[in-house]
Design a binder for this molecule. Structure first.
Ligand SMILES: Cc1cc2nc3c(=O)[nH]c(=O)nc-3n(C[C@H](O)[C@H](O)[C@H](O)COP(=O)(O)O)c2cc1C
Length: 199
């Protein structure tokens, strides 16, 4: 079981990293393997809108024209069984590196949607969780989490959990993050859509 953790913080000793350490502890205790990538350390340019209409090759060919770490990072996402998106809350929203990376994935996935139809299966159709940490006032996790979940779902991930923490309660959540790491090794999946009785 290979679990990829993407961090939107560059700080390997920081608070997002503390949560990642707890999750990886749980993963290894349950017999899984994990790799963590710190997105701000990678060469990940923001989209250049390489056509005048704001799109580019992504819309016509489903790939990105920029030659940086995007392709090798998306290959790792595709190869993983489960992906964790660990995001420090910036302005009540995704961190810049996380937004940049996921926006480029969204564009590439959009090609599949327009060429294969809405139901076209995504190469990213695998379990994922989002983790949002607010280290300042502690506010903004709810908006950040809602945005992150929506973006991940658009990319095709099966979002099996969204976890929020803030400076004031991170210590209390560490044991739960370790348990979450253990749980991820079971490769959890969303259940079938709820159908009301009689329909
Ligand atoms: C540009 C910016 C915006 C931020 N916005 C918020 C915010 O909306 N709410 C909050 O509680 N903390 C905010 N913070 C604090 C970060 O959440 C905190 O510095 C970060 O989570 C620390 O994580 P790290 O130790 O992994 O870097 C912001 C920090 C920066 C740099």
């Amino acid at each position: 079981m290979q679990i990829l953790i993407l961090s939107g913080s560059r700080n390997r000793e920081g608070q997002t990293a503390r949560a990642i350490q707890a999750i990886t502890k749980g993963i290894s205790e349950a017999g899984g393997q994990s790799e963590t990538l710190f997105l701000p350390e990678l060469s990940l340019e923001r989209c250049r809108q390489c056509d005048p209409d704001g799109w580019g090759l992504c819309r016509h060919e489903g790939r990105c024209v920029i030659e940086d770490d995007f392709s090798s990072t998306t290959d790792k996402v595709k190869a993983a069984d489960v992906v964790v998106f660990a995001n420090p809350v910036y302005f009540g929203d995704l961190s810049d590196s996380m937004k940049c990376f996921l926006d480029r994935i969204r564009r590439v996935v959009f090609f599949k949607m327009i060429s294969g139809g809405r139901g076209a299966s995504s190469e990213f159709a695998k379990p994922a969780i989002g983790y949002c940490y607010a280290g300042g006032s502690g506010n903004g996790t709810t908006s950040c989490s809602a945005n992150l979940e929506r973006i991940l779902q658009i990319c095709g991930f099966d979002v099996v959990d969204m976890i929020n923490a803030r400076r004031q309660n991170l210590d209390a959540k560490i044991p739960m993050l370790e348990l979450t790491g253990r749980w991820l090794v079971t490769k959890p999946a969303s259940g079938p859509r709820f159908v009301p009785p009689g329909r």
